[in-house]
Design a protein around this ligand. Structure first.
Ligand code: NAD
Length: 497
């Protein structure tokens, strides 16, 4: 069995706590890997390495930093396929999805390559006689990232490339369910020339996280994961004086208005609800059908959902893979099994599904629940599996009110041909990201990603301009120089060119 170790100070470091976690291949259910769980002392060693590295990296030139990032970009590009295979082996998603994940992560490395323009300060000259004012941004120091299982490469890449481009050093604590891609990302960063200690990876569970949250040498924490843990991270790290951005869970809605192209809406609903087996924080898990569109829309979603091919992620014929763990699969199934008793119509029941030859895999089929009452558990909770709830609303206003009553506010989408209605929706809906005829509106790298309400705790969204602000702090310099006597300036020897 393979063992995943920590990556500290530019090298693999074996775990010494004696505690390990087990990583399974979701397609076979077999334990393939053990991952070292860091003790508080091992976390301290990673933070100490990052702190020591900050002494030089924090004041290194932008040219030196971007030279490393450009080499890193090229290396990642050359290793796309390998990274995608690592993701599939531990997460289970199909190879095409895993490649897409690497591509979206690369976007942020590319953004980091252009950090030179984003770190340009502001200058006001002659604010008073012979007085200039400059606003500059400087790195924070040691920054921590704590990431979820569902994007084991992309979410770490939302964080550390921009953090180190800004001059910080980084300690990453990836999900213990699929840790290998994160360690490989760190190895490739070292190969690209990132100095030792600038990017460290400690594997582990709550013990490692809690030490990072209270460590006096940690300046800031970026977290992505479920809402209860996001809330805990935000409260605890804030109490220890750290800057925090903690992105949580979601229940993303798609509002389908009566004038929408129903085929396009059904295609979008199927790919957004069931892609990556619904294990996406931007998955559409609730469709709100307005007016009399419901029956026809559900029929078209059903027809498409029945054709989705489920199988191992490394089989090119598969369109949807297994769920991350058996326990998670069983929990997802319990929502489907309990839905009818809570008033939903079960149009498709994916429980009990298996793949021949892979009977121990964490399989579940696609489920479609119609006329789901807003009080049903399947609607109220984030299921994080291939289960789509359809709710009915008589009017646009009723639909938007339903969406805005949700405690989450990550993403939402409207499907319509009416520009006025779409414009109203984008202004009225209480989510941080909105799609107009786009079901999963994940912003491109140079805009920022983040939700509202229980989907994000903190003031900054992640990556884009907000990411640069999060990973730097402002300083304003007010300068007065005595007027140089003209005779002292002399003539430049090169004629001033
Ligand atoms: P999770 O909250 O269980 O775990 C996330 C990280 O926190 C992991 O590294 C884990 O080891 C650590 N952790 C777990 N429990 C902890 C505890 N009690 N104390 C301290 N640390 C703890 O999330 P997950 O199951 O890995 O990921 C799925 C969740 O992440 C979903 O809710 C999904 O919506 C959310 N997510 C959100 C976004 C977003 O951008 N908002 C993106 C991806 C995933």
């Amino acid at each position: 069995m393979k063992t995943v170790h920590h990556w500290i100070d530019g090298k693999a470091v074996e775990g010494t706590s004696g505690r390990f976690g087990e990583v399974t291949d979701p397609a076979t259910g077999a334990a393939t890997t053990r991952v070292a769980f860091a003790s508080a002392e091992e976390v301290d060693a990673a933070v100490a390495a990052a702190r020591a590295a900050f002494a030089t990296w924090g004041s290194s030139s932008l040219a030196a930093r971007t030279a490393v990032l450009f080499r890193y970009r090229a290396l990642l590009d050359a290793h796309r396929d390998e990274l995608a295979r690592l993701i599939t082996a531990e997460h289970g998603k199909v190879h095409a999805d895993a490649l897409g994940e690497v591509a979206r992560g690369l976007e942020i490395v590319e953004l980091a390559c252009g950090i030179t323009t984003q770190l340009k300060g502001e200058l006001s000259t002659e604010v008073s006689s012979r007085v200039d004012v400059a606003a500059i941004r400087q790195p924070l120091g040691v920054v921590v990232g704590i990431t979820p299982f569902n994007f084991p490469a992309m979410v770490p890449m939302w964080m550390f490339p921009l953090a180190v481009a800004c001059g910080n050093t980084f300690v990453l604590k990836p999900s213990e369910k699929d840790p290998s891609p994160a360690v490989r990302l760190a190895e490739l960063a070292a190969e690209a020339g990132l100095p030792q200690g600038v990017l460290n990876v400690v594997n582990g569970d709550r013990t490692a996280v809690d030490r990072l949250l209270e460590h006096p040498d940690v300046a800031a924490v970026s977290f992505v994961g479920s809402t209860p843990v996001a809330r805990h991270i935000h409260t605890t790290a804030s109490a220890h004086g750290k800057r925090v951005q903690a992105l949580g869970g979601a229940k993303n809605h798609m509002l389908v208005l009566p004038d929408a192209d129903l085929d396009a809406a059904a295609d979008a609903a199927v790919s957004a609800a069931y892609g990556s087996a619904g294990e996406r924080c931007m998955a559409i898990s609730a469709v709100v059908a307005v007016g009399d569109t419901g029956d026809e829309l559900v029929a078209r979603i059903r027809e498409r959902a029945e054709r989705v091919r489920i199988g191992p992620g490394d089989d090119p014929a598969s369109e949807m893979g297994p769920l991350i763990t058996r326990a998670h699969r069983d929990k997802v199934a319990s929502y489907v099994r309990g839905a009818a008793a809570q008033g939903a119509e079960v149009v498709l029941d994916g429980t009990g599904f298996t793949v021949a030859g892979y009977e121990n895999g964490h399989w579940i089929g696609l489920s479609l629940l119609d006329k789901v009452p807003p009080g049903a558990d399947a609607y109220r909770d984030e299921i994080f599996g291939p289960v789509l709830c359809v709710l009915r609303a008589a009017t646009y206003e009723e639909g938007v009110a339903l969406i805005n009553a949700s405690p989450w506010g990550n993403g939402s989408a409207v499907f319509t041909r009416d520009g006025g209605a779409a414009r109203r929706f984008q202004l009225e809906v209480q989510t941080g990201m909105v799609g107009v005829n786009v079901p999963i509106p994940v912003p491109v790298g140079y805009h920022s990603f983040g939700g509202w309400k229980d989907s994000l705790f903190g003031d900054h969204h992640i990556y884009g301009r907000d990411g640069v602000r999060f990973y730097t702090r402002g300083k304003v310099v007010t300068t007065r120089w005595p007027e140089a006597p003209v005779s002292a300036t002399g003539a430049a020897p090169d004629g001033g060119v």
